[in-house]
Ligand binder design. Sequence first.
Ligand code: PLP
Length: 342
Amino acid sequence: MLNGKIDLRSDTITQPDAAMREAMANAVVGDDVLGDDPTVEELERHTAELLGKAAAAFVPSGTMANQLAIRSLTRPGDAIVLDANAHIHCYEAGAPAALAGVQVSLLDGERGQFTAGQLEAAIPPKDDHFAPPSLVCIENTHNRGGGSVWPLEQIESVTSTARGHGLALHLDGARLWNASAVSGVSEAGYASHFDTVSVCFSKGLGAPVGSILAGSADLIAKARFFRKQQGGAMRQVGILAAAAAYALEHNRARLADDHANCRALANGLAKLPGLEIDAEGVETNMLFIGTGERDAAALAKRLDDSGIRLLATGPHTLRAVTNLTVMTEEIAQVITAFEESP
Ligand SMILES: *Cc1c(COP(=O)(O)O)cnc(C)c1O
């Protein structure tokens, strides 16, 4: 429950609780642009270690983390190869073109996951006609793919194919925590196949702000330059790093609850007439609900009136994302509300 409603619009709607706010209030801070903030330094060190990388930079958003990676790993005029439904392509305001000057080469993956064969087919011969691909991006879990988790073997085959062509690799791991919670593959286990990895603290982990980009010392030094250039270097930002550190320590293990709640929601809704539910497809905390004939926005409005918030992501599609404000007991209420809603 959040502000009297069961809020399933996203896992970004979470708010810092009293203990997180206390950690923020008590954070030792300094001017991080001058390298003086011990709380930021500790978060960067600890997260880099978790991801098995040498260095990391704290940034305001997942978008900035992804875009710093693209700028650090490409040159203007290059092509980056990624799934057509990737967050980097769909939801980052055209940043690859605007900020890095690269063009996208889009693959038609399955639930956001493409194969080594598809990647291979998208790499043009070395010829002056073609934008040279230099970077492949993978998203895990995959947002528009329904919170899907990439099988490790598929990551291995795609990344080894990319390496064979001399391409760099970036992992958009905004919800990598969720992938690891489900698969048992550690975050570092996934990240080991990539040059850079971005992670978010402000999604399922419940911090108000913040992401990390991790990679080699050289790459992160480059990324820090672009972070400054794009206005993302911040001063006494240990206040936010303290929230992220708190989230990492206290809210990571409980992601399994979100996943169980999402499965229960899918199984309950699958029994109702007039809804299209792929209950088998629920792997983490995300469920896309087909509303059949019904207009999704109108249905969302009616559900909102009964205290349940969902996002209409298409004319006949709603999205539900379980998160730390949604209690297990509340899932039954959501199912009942759907049952009673015309
Ligand atoms: C949320 C998200 C991001 C980053 O979004 P911001 O709102 O900029 O923090 C990046 N990738 C994926 C897959 C996401 O879901």
